[in-house]
Design a binder for this molecule. Structure first.
Ligand code: ZN
Ligand code: ZN
Length: 229
């Protein structure tokens, strides 16, 4: 996910080999999707670059390394999608997919996914209207995120429970949904009728109430046990 590493100093995972050319800040790889000031050395943690978001979805790129998804054999043909219970119920996930290795890196490096942040950052939105002192930086033209966007809707809200779903890259499809009373319209990863190869809870909430995805994960584990008998 578009992670926020500003409070991650206590647990930096080692940077993956294929991310060594990617820019870093505070010892962490800056995800491809993260909005940055000029030179990509100064990220606005928690803010999504809208142009890169469109490119990542349209070209089926990994949101962390920016390379194509679904290349190669075996694990290279699998994609991880981070989803919440409400995404599952709606049949679409707004988080673009990741390579399994990039997802493993994010799970450890991102304070939201690692469960170290009780709420989503609210200053990522405000940071867009505070230009840096580099006159050549595009931040002078940044606009506020669409109030209907996932980013604007999450700002300051309590963290959701997050799960990592492993799917076959051939099932990775970007679709559009119309808005309803609880969710805005937008693009995302199709979840309906997509076989989930593995589902793991990445972070819960303080009350740790079981969610629909805990039940899906339990059912998948039962199926696997039955297959092994
Ligand atoms: Zn700037
Ligand atoms: Zn990747």
């Amino acid at each position: 996910m578009n992670y926020d590493a500003s409070s991650a100093n206590s647990s930096r995972p080692p940077v993956l080999a294929h991310l060594h050319n990617a820019p870093t800040a505070q010892g962490l790889t800056i995800p491809y999707l993260t909005l940055c000031h000029r030179g990509r050395r100064s990220p606005v943690w928690g803010a999504i670059d809208p142009e890169r978001y469109a490119v990542v979805l349209g070209l089926r790129l990994c949101q962390v390394c920016g390379e194509a998804l679904g290349k190669g054999e075996g694990p290279g043909n699998q994609v991880v999608v981070f989803i919440r219970p409400q995404d599952w119920l709606r049949g679409i996930g707004p988080e673009p997919g990741l390579h399994p290795s990039c997802a493993a890196y994010s799970t450890r490096g991102c304070p939201m996914l690692a469960g170290r942040m009780p709420t989503y950052r609210s200053n990522a939105v405000a940071a867009r209207i505070t230009p840096c002192d580099d006159p050549g930086c595009e931040c002078h033209q940044w606009t506020m995120p669409d109030p209907e966007s996932t980013e604007a809707q999450r700002a300051g809200k309590p963290a959701d429970p997050w799960y990592s779903a492993l799917i076959d890259a051939r099932d990775y499809e970007i679709i559009h949904v119309d808005g309803d009373e609880s969710s805005p319209s937008g693009y995302g990863v199709r979840l309906r009728e997509v076989p989930i190869l593995r589902l793991r809870k990445v972070r819960g909430t303080p009350d740790n109430e079981p969610t629909v995805l805990d039940m899906v994960a339990a059912a998948l584990d039962l199926n696997r046990l039955a297959d092994g008998l």
